[in-house]
Each structure stands twice: as structure tokens, then as C-alpha cells.
Design a protein around this ligand. Structure first.
Ligand code: PSU
Ligand code: MN
Length: 300
């Protein structure tokens, strides 16, 4: 694994660092907007006073902290793989390049000593799980990785109540940021309750210190930060296009790793780009908050 000089120095001197995932860039957003977003997210982290560490695997080398060239490769290289935790070893051994999901990113970031990670929405339990047991590896990795993930909930293409149940079973702490309801990714709320609510980045850092003091399972802290209500996708449009997308996925037999990118893209097209704007608003807000939490954590 290669940690960039800037990230290594920040970690060595106790400066705040925020990990960013790369699958959202390679598979989650359309070109050429995705490269602009990758750069913008790094900027947002810097504005919060922290150092960005985008995570990916390049030519078989897991990387924590990418330069502009690396970000460009993630955004533009054709046929880039999508790498969860279990894909890291084969990618390394075969010298392949790929973008890391929440599960791949969490593992590598935590290994490098990065404690805070910003993303859009987590993977989770897919709808129809009673027939096809598709549950994102994100959940299992977060159940045994000490990292704080700031997200806008889980993607609304999933079975949200089932995902929350799995997070409970797997002992992953979930707190709402200034909300009593679990966010709905493109939507301000999923309508599902969360057990804990915090109001400040300092409170998040406090929970992280308590996790360490309790020294129990190495589980993650999920800080669920809703997209602002005025920037959310229209809920009626969301429900309609999502239902269409789910039908289309079923008709075309799309399953496994391909289903998430397929549905995200379907939503972008079906909403005339509105889902993309809501997605970006959520990711920007999460990145800003992650920077603030990392700063508070580093200051403590
Ligand atoms: N959230 C987004 N866009 C994405 C993803 C999440 O807004 O592209 C990615 C994340 O990398 C997440 C992955 O870890 O989708 C989950 O994929 P799967 O369901 O195949 O585990
Ligand atoms: Mn899956």
C-alpha cells in the first residue's frame, strides 16, 4: 500500500485527514462531471482544514491519497474495476487498477490510520433480498473496521429498513446528524427512525473517543447526514423513476456488482439530471461535515 507524502505527513503530525472513495467517481457519476467532482471534493476537505485522501488501486498498488494524475485515471480510464474488500488481493496480485467501494476504501483508509471517511450513500440490502441475497459487502466491512463514515444514508435503490436492521445486527453505530430520521440519499428523509441524534462535529468526535475508550469490537460509526430539504430530489419523481429502473433491471437480468451503477445511471437519465444534482449536494455536504469531524478529532 502506498500512502501519499502529503497524507503520510499529515498523519504523522496529527493533522486531520479525510478519506474519499473512488467508485463514486468511476462508476457512480457520469463523465466528464466526475473528474470535476473528484477535484471539488478534495477542495472541500481542504477548506475544512483537513487533507484529502482519495483511495483507489493503481497498477496493483493500493493507494491512499492520489495526485491529479491518479484522480484523472480514476475518472477516465475505460474498464476500471470496482473493488470491494475481497477484490483487493486479486487486484494487487494481478497488477490491476480499480476504484474502491465503501468496503474497499474503509479497509485501506483504516489500515493507513485515517479515521474519517466521506461518501455519498452506503451500499446495503437490495430490494428483493428474500429471492436474491444481495447485501453489499459495505455492511460487513463496517462491522469490523474502526472508521467514521459520513454519508447521506444508504442509496434509496435499496431496502432501507432491511439495511438498518442488518446494521443493528452487525453492531454498527448509526447516528443522525441534526435529524431523528435516517436520510434517504437523494431524499432528505427515508422515513425510518434513527436511535441517536447529534448536533455538532464535536459530538461525533466525542463518540469516536468513547469507541476507543470502550475498546470493544472494531466497528464503524455512521454519521447519517441528510441532503438539505431544499436540494433533495422531488420525492414523487424519485419514486416513479426508481420503480421503472427496478423493473428495467429485472427485465434485463442485471444483478451483482452491476446493479448499483445501473440504477444510479437510470435515475440520472430518468430525472433529467436532477438525481445527479441531489447526489452531488449530498456528497458535498458529507465531505464538508467529514472535514469538520476530522478537525475536531485531530484537535482532541
Ligand atoms: N454511493 C453513490 N455512488 C456510488 C456508490 C455509493 O452515491 O457509486 C458505490 C459505493 O462505492 C458503494 C457501492 O460502496 O456503490 C456499493 O456497491 P455494491 O452494492 O455492489 O456493494
Ligand atoms: Mn451487491
Amino acid at each position: 500500500m502506498r500512502v501519499s507524502d502529503e497524507v503520510a505527513e499529515a498523519l504523522a503530525t496529527g493533522r486531520p485527514v479525510v478519506a474519499l472513495e473512488s467508485t463514486i467517481i468511476s462508476h457512480g457519476l457520469p463523465q466528464p462531471r466526475n473528474l470535476q467532482v473528484a477535484l471539488e471534493l478534495e477542495d472541500i476537505v481542504r477548506q475544512a482544514g483537513a487533507v484529502p485522501a482519495t483511495v483507489a488501486v493503481l497498477d496493483g498498488v493500493p493507494r491512499v491519497g492520489l495526485d491529479k494524475d491518479g484522480l484523472e485515471r480514476i475518472a477516465t480510464e475505460p474498464g476500471l474495476r470496482k473493488l470491494g474488500f475481497r477484490d483487493l488481493a486479486p487486484a494487487a496480485a494481478l497488477g490491476l487498477s480499480g476504484a474502491t467501494t465503501v468496503s474497499g476504501t474503509s479497509f485501506l483508509a483504516a489500515r493507513a490510520g485515517v479515521r474519517v471517511f466521506a461518501t455519498g450513500g452506503l451500499g446495503g440490502v437490495h430490494r428483493g433480498w428474500t429471492a436474491v441475497q444481495d447485501e453489499s459487502a459495505d455492511i460487513d466491512t463496517l462491522s469490523r473496521t474502526r472508521i467514521t463514515v459520513v454519508c447521506a444514508g444508504v442509496k434509496s435503490i435499496l431496502d432501507v429498513p432491511a439495511t438498518l436492521q442488518r446494521l443493528e445486527t452487525k453492531q454498527v453505530t448509526v447516528v443522525g446528524y441534526r435529524t431523528d430520521e435516517f436520510p434517504g440519499f437523494y431524499l432528505h428523509s427515508s422515513g425510518e427512525p434513527v436511535d441517536w441524534r447529534i448536533e455538532t462535529p464535536q459530538e461525533a468526535a466525542g463518540i469516536m473517543r468513547a469507541q476507543d475508550a470502550l475498546a470493544g469490537l472494531e466497528t464503524a460509526l455512521i454519521v447519517a447526514n441528510p441532503v438539505p430539504a431544499d436540494l433533495q430530489l422531488d420525492p414523487g419523481l424519485h419514486d416513479r423513476v426508481l420503480a421503472e429502473g427496478l423493473r428495467a433491471a429485472e427485465e434485463r437480468g442485471i444483478t451483482g456488482q452491476a446493479i448499483t451503477p445501473f440504477l444510479l445511471e437510470y435515475l440520472v437519465e430518468g430525472t433529467g439530471g436532477a438525481s445527479l444534482e441531489a447526489n452531488l449536494a449530498a456528497v458535498r455536504g458529507n465531505t464538508r461535515l467529514a472535514g469538520e469531524i476530522a478537525a475536531s478529532w485531530a484537535a482532541g
